[in-house]
Design a protein around this ligand. Structure first.
Ligand SMILES: Nc1ncnc2c1ncn2[C@@H]1O[C@H](COP(=O)(O)OP(=O)(O)O)[C@@H](O)[C@H]1O
Ligand SMILES: [Mg+2]
Length: 301
């Protein structure tokens, strides 16, 4: 299912003396099959936008469609939209989702997500099978953790349980708001591997919100940059990070590879990279092999 937002606007506390316009006309299309990144500094509207995608926030201005028109899709601006069904197909992992674990056991917590959105599944054995599959997908041993209290687990394990509670419905679109925030480097890497392992199977499209530009450069098919409630850049990570100066002027970071490319450019060495580490190293090695490193380049004086 393709996601299409047109002129999407949203204001918090519209009738209060202090309204806060979080979205000021977002136009964005995310195709089925993408691993899409959403970037932008704090307060740019990223969370407000993604919460619209599974109707946690209802559309109050503009258009938002997921999938085709009619049976095959959802018009989220339509009050008659089947929001329950939509939420089983568009899963949402909040920022720091582990804070929302609440049940006595891991098994009950994950089963809650299923019972909530897939009311057609009632058989306890069937529920247990789904829970087991979800926990194993996130790399946890079902037998070892199912009867634990979620609160006994480590931070990384808690986050996995929270993610299991969302993917237990096998959503076709999975949205994650800052999924790697607060994890150590190994935890981040494992999380990205997990997302890639489900992407392309039952989970067709992944949308991540991230502050980490390296994460976007390494993992995403395309990305959009939010600023002040609007999309100000959109494209493949390579296209976005080629505009590094603009990103820096928006107060955003650039991937480490882009920083290196900028430093080299100042020395007259151009690296035409897609900003993944592998590609960057390849391009540097190619220049080195040609004996060009340090000798030629567009800006050399
Ligand atoms: N619950 C809320 N009540 C009032 N204003 C809010 C609320 N949530 C977000 N905002 C405001 O909306 C704007 C966008 O916030 P948000 O979507 O959370 O941005 P981001 O996720 O990019 O940091 C900010 O100005 C923020 O202060
Ligand atoms: Mg946010």
């Amino acid at each position: 299912m393709r996601i299409v937002a047109k002129g999407l606007t949203y204001t918090y506390n519209p009738k209060s003396p202090f309204p806060s316009q979080a979205l000021k006309g977002v136009d964005l299309t995310i195709e089925e099959g993408e691993f899409f990144g959403i970037i932008g500094h704090t307060g740019s509207g990223k969370s407000t936008f993604v919460q619209h995608l599974n109707a946690l926030i209802k559309v109050t201005g503009g258009e938002l469609r997921i999938g085709g028109i009619g049976d095959a899709g959802y018009d989220l601006a339509d009050k008659k939209c089947n929001f329950l069904e939509l939420r089983s197909k568009v899963g949402m992992v909040f920022q720091y989702p582990e804070y929302q674990l609440f049940a006595e056991t891991v098994e009950k917590d994950v089963a809650f997500g299923l019972k909530n959105f897939r009311r057609d599944i009632k058989d306890e054995k069937e529920i247990a099978a789904h829970v087991k599959e979800a926990l194993e997908t996130v790399g946890l041993n079902y037998a070892a953790v199912k009867d634990c209290s979620p609160f006994e687990l480590s931070g990384g394990q808690k986050r996995r349980v929270a993610i299991a509670g969302v993917i237990v419905t096998k959503p076709e679109i999975l949205i994650l708001d800052e999924p790697a925030a607060g994890l150590d480097p190994l935890g981040k890497q494992e999380l990205m591997e997990l997302l890639h392992s489900i992407h392309g199977g039952w989970c067709k499209t992944i949308v991540i919100v991230s502050h980490d530009m390296d994460e976007i450069a390494e993992n995403c098919t395309r990305a959009a940059v939010f600023s002040e409630g609007k999309v100000v850049m959109e494209g493949k990570p390579a296209e976005i990070f080629r505009r590094g100066e603009e990103l820096l002027s928006l107060g955003l970071d650039v991937p480490t590879t882009a920083r290196c490319a900028m430093l080299l450019k100042e020395r007259g060495i151009r690296i035409d990279t897609d900003f993944t580490c592998d590609d960057f190293a390849e391009k540097v090695l190619a220049l080195y092999a040609e004996g060009k490193a340090g000798k030629e380049g567009g800006d050399a004086q």
